[in-house]
Design a protein. Sequence first.
Length: 232
Amino acid sequence: MLRLPSDNYKNMISINDVRKSYGPPECRVEVLRGVSLKIQQGEFLALMGPSGCGKSTLLHLLGGFDQMDSGEIFLGENAIHQMNDQQLTRLRRDTIGIIFQFFNLLPTLTAEENIQLPALLQGQSAPAVRARTTQLLAEVGLSQKADKKIHQLSGGEMQRIALARALIGNPTVLLADEPTGNLDSESSRNVISLLRELGREHGTTIIMVTHSTEIAANADRCLAMRDGNLLI
């Protein structure tokens, strides 16, 4: 279980001199070159930059999907860089919500079943999960689509279901990787407005990767990355 920051410790995430590279020694590619960053509890942060600048790599490290070469990442008071695979899996399950560009919804399940699945895997009681799902469907404006299969939903509706799924476990941190990359302009604005609204309502810390300056403008803070460095 995540140990939250104390009243005197407002940084939800602390990233200290993180470095990451890929490839064999003779042609090693540096993707992150000593990134340091503090993200406050409840903050909505947007990361921008061209493809290959390191922003998605940083997001993957925050989620514990990859290992850094050196440096430190603290989520609350938990040292991600010191966790083993089992600990990281538990941290993601209990603490981190994730929204993907390509939705990653299961086509054989209904909208509400897709939302419920992570909470059921957490071991939450079925009645509590059903009640929470009903609440989230109402919050994302899709109560009437609860029993629809994924192929019966529009792209914007699928991303709203993905957002509800990411929130079902009451995550402390939400990682959003190009959440509007496959949506039209109107759907993008609707999803980001909803993301911001629900993030504030639930007190969730949000880190979003995006190419869009219009989308990034909805965040509390926007940082640019280039060549593996933060431009601050």
